[in-house]
Design a protein around this ligand. Structure first.
Ligand SMILES: [Zn+2]
Length: 415
C-alpha cells in the first residue's frame, strides 16, 4: 500500500502546468496545457492507488471501489480548466484535495463501504468556447448542449474540431452521463472576501445563488447639446443613469445577500456634444432564493418604467440568462460544521455568489461545498492566493467528511 500524498505538493504540480507568460495559469479546454494537466491528474490518481478512467469528454476519474456494490457512489472534485491568466487554486484545489483525501483514506482505512471517486472535470469556466460546464453538464445530463459542438473559439475552431484534435469522439459526449452518484462534495476557494473579513477558516456553503441577467434598452431622441432646452430633452443616458443609481441603492437596502450589478453600458452616439438617443446596459441580479430574485426584478423594472416615463423615453428589457439557485444538502452542512468544530476550525455559513460544478449536481443528489478563504477575495487573476494552512484545513475537513460518508455505516442514513 502506498503512503498518502500531500495536498500542497499535488497543487503545486498542477499550478505549474499552463503557466502563462503574461502571469497566472492558462488551461483552456482541449488545448495542450489542458491535456498535460489532465494527464498529470490521471498519473496522480494512479499513484494514489486509484483506478483511473477518462470519459468521452475528457473528465478524469480516480476510483476507490467500495465493498457495497449497490450503494450510490460518493464523488468529490472540481474543474481543471482556467480562465486566461487565471489563478493557481480555482478548480485545481478541489481536484488535488480529492486525490490527497482518497489517498489518505485508503492508506489509513483501506476499502470503503461506498465507492469513493475523485473527478477532474474537463471544463467549467466557459473561457474557450461560448458554453460552460461541459464537464459536469455532460455527467449530470442537466444541460441540453444542443448545437454546442458547432460553437467556435476565438480562432474559429469548433468544439467538434477541438475534441477530434484532442482524441475524443464529439458525437459520444452524452455517453459521459452518470446515474450512480449519490453524493457530490466540492472543496473550492471562496473567490470572495466574506471568510477573510470574518477571520473564519472554513465556509459551509448553504446554497449557490440563482442569477438572472438582462439587457435593458432605452430609446430616447438625440439632439444638439447646445440648442436643445433641458425641459424638452429625451435623454436616454440621463434616464439610464438614474436607473443604475436606483438599482445600486435598492440592492444595498435589500441586504440579505442579494447582489445587483450593472457591468456593461453602451451609449449611442457616444459623442460629447450630442444628447444620447440609445443606451443599453446589463443587469445581473443574484440571491439564494428564487422568489426573492423574482420579486426584486419585478420591483426593479417597475421603478425603471417610472423613470423612463419621467424622461419621456421608451424602455425594453430582455432576459438572456436565468439560473435557479442550488441549495446544498442540509444534513451534510450540519455534519461539515460539526467536523470543523471538532477540529477546532472556525466556520460559518456562506452563500456562493459564483456558479460551480456542484450547482449541477444539487438537483440530482446530495450535494455540498466547502469554501476556504481567498486572500483579498481575488480570483480569476494571477494574484489569486490561498494560504497553505488554509488549504490543509479545507482538505482536512473534506477528508473527514468523505470518511464519514463512505466508511461509517450509519452516517449515510442521515443523508
Ligand atoms: Zn472554479
Amino acid at each position: 500500500m502506498k503512503a498518502s500524498i500531500g495536498i500542497l505538493e499535488l497543487l503545486a504540480e498542477l499550478a505549474a502546468i499552463g503557466e502563462d507568460p503574461h502571469g497566472g495559469v492558462t488551461r483552456l479546454l482541449y488545448d495542450s496545457a489542458w491535456r498535460q494537466a489532465q494527464q498529470a491528474a490521471a498519473r496522480m490518481m494512479a499513484d494514489a492507488g486509484l483506478a483511473v478512467s477518462i470519459d468521452e469528454v475528457g473528465n478524469v476519474y480516480g476510483r476507490l471501489a467500495g465493498s457495497d456494490a449497490e450503494a450510490l457512489h460518493v464523488l468529490t472534485g472540481s474543474h481543471m480548466d482556467t480562465v486566461p491568466c487565471g489563478g493557481r487554486y480555482d478548480g485545481a484545489l478541489g481536484i488535488a484535495a480529492g486525490i490527497a483525501a482518497l489517498s489518505e483514506l485508503q492508506f489509513k482505512y483501506g476499502q470503503p463501504r461506498r465507492t469513493l471517486e475523485v473527478v477532474s472535470f474537463c471544463e467549467e469556466e466557459g473561457s474557450r468556447f461560448p458554453l460552460a460546464y461541459w464537464g459536469s453538464g455532460n455527467v449530470t445530463g442537466s444541460k441540453s448542449f444542443d448545437g454546442a459542438l458547432e460553437a467556435k473559439d476565438s480562432e474559429g475552431i469548433s468544439l467538434r474540431e477541438a475534441m477530434v484534435e484532442a482524441g475524443f469522439d464529439p458525437d459520444a459526449h452524452r455517453r459521459s452521463r452518470r446515474t450512480d452518484i449519490g453524493i457530490y462534495i466540492e472543496l473550492h476557494i471562496e473567490q470572495g472576501e466574506v471568510l477573510e473579513r470574518s477571520q473564519c477558516e472554513i465556509g459551509v456553503v448553504d446554497a449557490i445563488c440563482g442569477q438572472r441577467r438582462y439587457f435593458v434598452d432605452i430609446q430616447g431622441r438625440s439632439g444638439h447639446a447646445g440648442t436643445t432646452p433641458m425641459a424638452i430633452r429625451e435623454d436616454a443616458l440621463a434616464a439610464g443613469a438614474e436607473m443604475i443609481v436606483w438599482l445600486r441603492k435598492a440592492g444595498v437596502e435589500h441586504g440579505d445577500g442579494l447582489v445587483a450589478t450593472v457591468g456593461k453600458l453602451d451609449v449611442s452616439p457616444n459623442i460629447a456634444n450630442v444628447i444620447p438617443d440609445k443606451v443599453r446596459f446589463s443587469v445581473d441580479i443574484r440571491h439564494r432564493d428564487e422568489a426573492v430574485i423574482t420579486a426584486f426584478c419585478e420591483r426593479t423594472f417597475q421603478a425603471f418604467e417610472v423613470t423612463a416615463a419621467q424622461h419621456n423615453v421608451l424602455i425594453s428589457k430582455s432576459c438572456w440568462l436565468s439560473e435557479h439557485p442550488a441549495p446544498m444538502n442540509a444534513a451534510i452542512q450540519e455534519r461539515m460544521a460539526r467536523i470543523a468544530e471538532d477540529k477546532g476550525y472556525s466556520h460559518m455559513t456562506v452563500t456562493s455568489g459564483a456558479g460551480h460544478d456542484a450547482g449541477l449536481f444539487a438537483s440530482q443528489c446530495a450535494c455540498a461545498m466547502i469554501f476556504v478563504p481567498s486572500q483579498g477575495g481575488i480570483s480569476h487573476s494571477p494574484l489569486e492566493y490561498t494560504a497553505p494552512d488554509a488549504i490543509v484545513r479545507g482538505t482536512d475537513v473534506l477528508t473527514e467528511l468523505l470518511y464519514q460518508l463512505a466508511y461509517v455505516e450509519e452516517s449515510h442514513e442521515a443523508i
